[in-house]
Write a protein that binds this ligand. Sequence first.
Ligand SMILES: Cc1cc2nc3c(=O)[nH]c(=O)nc-3n(C[C@H](O)[C@H](O)[C@H](O)COP(=O)(O)OP(=O)(O)OC[C@H]3O[C@@H](n4cnc5c(N)ncnc54)[C@H](O)[C@@H]3O)c2cc1C
Length: 354
Amino acid sequence: MQTDFLIIGGGAVGLTSALALLQAGYRVTLLERGAAGQEASWAGGGIMSPLCSWDYQESVTRLTQRSMGMFDQAAALLHATTGIDPEYQRSGMLLLPPFQDERATPWCAQHQVELQHVVLGDYLPGWSDYGLFMPEIGQVRNPRLLRALHRRVEMLGGVILEQHEVQSFNIAGERVAGLQTSQGRLSADAYIVAAGAWSKTLLGEHALNMDVSPIRGQILLFKFDAPPFSQILLQGSLYFIPRRDGHVLVGSTLEDVGFDKSTTPAAREELLQRVHALFPDWQNHPPVRHWAGLRPGSKDNIPTLGCHPHLTNLYANCGHFRYGVTMSLACAELLLNEIEGEPQPLPMDEYRWL
Ligand SMILES: Cc1cc2nc3c(=O)[nH]c(=O)nc-3n(C[C@H](O)[C@H](O)[C@H](O)COP(=O)(O)OP(=O)(O)OC[C@H]3O[C@@H](n4cnc5c(N)ncnc54)[C@H](O)[C@@H]3O)c2cc1C
């Protein structure tokens, strides 16, 4: 098999990396341990923004804002070319009290992000407080986005090999010479690790200072005949994401429990209590599904992006923690620039692999 790049991991990050490389004319093969698009990228909520952007460093803001700005066009193109609608929409996000207006307002003004002070009753019947509304924030329906990305990669000639678990790296001098996989040895000119929460474990000694570890998140899914509201709602760490067909995702937890992807009654109970405190009539409306995913946790939510310090043909695009779907397009663009030695539109220092 002749290929320029072997990408390890078929989540949003691996698939968007594959797309960027294919569009630049490279031959790409993506290796996925299970089925592509079934891990964190599937489990996530699909909010196209940090929850409270003012809680994060500028290096996170730069990546998320750049990526968010790319999604309108990218989602429309994916829909048009694959026939799969990722249901990307700028539904806006409504912050319910209590919130930190004194931090949100200046941050939004400084970053040219629209923020409106609104009467909540205009959005949620019976509510009288005021809220903060961010009309530009979008959302995507993750399973659909992943299916569209998968199809687009294949349409552009990319090869996706599922049930191919990468087990180890064969090193020759300062280069990766090949990968040992569950289906035999594979090689390419260069290699990209996009294995989400598993990236550091997979890399072993080659991870160096990369610090990526699994952080579990659990989500409850509700179903209504029609969407009970059309904006994303956020109260503290609790969010509600309404889909067009009446599904509402409610999440999530942040749990440091290793590679354990099971759901727990305790998390279900905690989420339900918070839901019922806001919407008492949902007590008669039990969730239809409960799932968990493992985020690729990283310090301060800053991903590792770029070339290995010693192995000249090994690259990383991993550790996007809570916002990997949001960041995916910009990270793929920056990765391609790194590979090609092109100038970057953003300062790269904080993302570098050390
Ligand atoms: C509950 C929850 C809510 C979230 N909400 C949001 C949100 O609203 N907005 C947002 O932007 N982000 C959100 N996220 C975060 C986001 O989902 C992640 O940051 C993102 O999915 C990471 O993408 P990834 O491709 O790196 O990882 P993954 O999607 O986990 O993909 C990694 C892939 O690598 C594969 N793999 C691992 N090891 C190997 C190996 N050895 N060989 C071959 N393949 C391998 C895995 O099987 C997997 O398919 C949420 C996450 C969770 C869990």
